[in-house]
Design a protein around this ligand. Structure first.
Ligand code: PMV
Length: 288
């Protein structure tokens, strides 16, 4: 089925996402809060003509699959991709690519961009929650409860966020399965953690809306303690979180499915985490 009529060359761009609160617990019913990763984007240029592609060869089969799914012949489309978003770090690079591609193919209305990108995300992730494609399409913070439509929300201002990378962990499904086993082994404690995660997310939504970064940072550190308890942190992610706080950050946690990948920290302007987090073992540190 032809979902898109592609007639003229276009460009699209989308940011990655960082889950500020609620990963894993969102699978078990608590809310999650995610924000765009500013300055780290995927850009796609597309033209309706055959020609050489310029993109990471690992992405080529996936882009071909997305084009076919949209009813387009990959051999009749020329694609160029520029990405500053790391792949496999839990920062939503596949959703950003899907959103940027759909925009480059000429879809303009954001709800429609999001709807199509969500369909394309299913090709990569089976049953994605929708948080990644919503943040990428709206380039805005999102409140997310499983089974409900994600709600874009207004943040008071841009978050003073730092991102540090560690080697990518196993697939998200493996980390999710690990938490499910933990829950089966300790159902009572897990119920307490979910109740706490619910409270943390609700307080985080208020802190985000009012720009209370100190409160939001403290909530992130509480979430990290829960994530560590259920077994999805790593010694390196823990060490980076501790170091960030020691250097003056309000709070820090892993982001995404964990067992590797990215950590995020909220820190006052003037606190420079680049050197300390690199020294503590991060492979890359950037402000987002
Ligand atoms: O790995 P990511 O960044 O797509 O995040 C996964 C978030 C989880 O809560 C672990 C899984 C999910 O489906 O919400």
């Amino acid at each position: 089925m032809q979902l898109i009529r592609f007639v003229k060359a276009g460009r699209g761009e989308a940011p990655g996402k960082a889950i500020v609160l609620g990963e894993h617990f969102v699978v078990h019913g608590a809310p999650a809060l995610a924000v765009p990763v500013q300055g780290r984007v995927v850009r796609v240029a597309a033209s309706p003509e055959p020609g050489p592609w310029r993109c990471d060869p690992r992405a080529t089969p996936w882009i071909e699959g997305m084009l076919r799914h949209l009813g387009l012949d990959p051999d009749a489309v020329r694609i160029e991709v520029d990405a500053t978003l790391p792949v496999g770090a839990g920062l939503g690079s596949s959703a950003a690519l899907a959103v940027a591609l759909v925009r480059a193919l000429g879809v303009e209305a954001t709800p429609e961009v999001r709807r199509l990108a969500h369909e394309l995300e299913k090709l990569a992730h089976g049953d994605p929650s929708g948080v990644d494609d919503t943040v990428a399409a709206y380039a805005a913070p999102v409140w997310f409860v499983r089974g409900a439509a994600p709600v874009p929300i207004d943040a008071a201002a841009r978050l003073p966020l730092w991102v540090a990378l560690t080697p990518a962990g196993p697939p998200t499904s493996e980390a999710v399965a690990r938490v499910a086993s933990w829950r089966a082994a300790a159902p009572g404690r897990f119920a307490d953690i979910i109740a706490s995660a619910q409270q943390i997310a609700e307080a985080g939504r208020v802190a985000l809306a009012t720009g209370d970064w100190a409160a939001l940072g403290r909530l992130m550190s509480r979430a990290q303690a829960h994530l560590r308890e259920v077994g999805v942190s790593t010694p390196l992610l823990d060490a980076l979180c501790e170091r960030a706080v020691r250097e003056g950050a309000w709070g820090a946690k892993l982001t995404g499915s964990g067992l590797g990948g990215a950590m995020i920290a909220l820190a006052p302007v003037g606190v420079d985490l680049d050197g300390p987090l690199s020294e503590a073992g991060a492979s890359e540190v950037f402000r987002a």
